[in-house]
Write a protein of this length. Sequence first.
Lengths: 130, 108
Amino acid sequence: MSGLLNLTPTLRIVIENPLLGKSYPATGELVAVVDTGYEGFLAVPREVFTSLSLDELQQEKRTLILANGTALSSEGAYCTLRVPAVPLKADGLVETYEGLKEVLLGVEALSSSKVLLDYCSRRIKVERCP
Amino acid sequence: MVNVTISLPEETVKKLRKAVRELYGGKRGALSGLVHEAIEDRIDALEAARPALRFVALKDGLNVAEGRSLDELASKLRALNVDPRAVRIVSSQPPGQVARAGLRGRKT
């Protein structure tokens, strides 16, 4: 389905804001890092958040706790995630916070999927739950 | 163990026998073992409860529209001529107020 980058599992995804008719990237897919320690749906850098016009929607705010115990504020809005290779489509809260430089796919986004991390063949396989 | 007679498409049986040969070298009981494992996986997946998600658009605390997906909600808001920027979208499964950011999360 997608591969491992330096042993880090990644998936190729598309993010859509159906409320305002925006999609990121505009063509093709982007690489998201699968972070099973992240309890949310999807976290994106500020520029991706703005490209999707999510900053124009009313924001949901909450606190995220980093691995070192530091708390930070995040803001988010609901979006659609697509993983074309599965294919998988799910709606959830896409959030952003200061300093985030990569797209993180959390466990909530994978909560309706079977995920197989195969380090023998350097692959991650994702299937939708029946 | 109980013997059960089932009917499967010929192509499926071919694939099943091939998988058993490749995975288990055709060991005795391997075919039943693989079918048993597949059925258990399927039953576990069916039994895992996944509550249906709903999205609601609220304006001044009132429900303007709702949908089983954001696509459906967006269509309803368009039909009602409601600007999505003017409503608060909430989910039937709201995210927790505090969550772990994971090992990749960092603050500059």
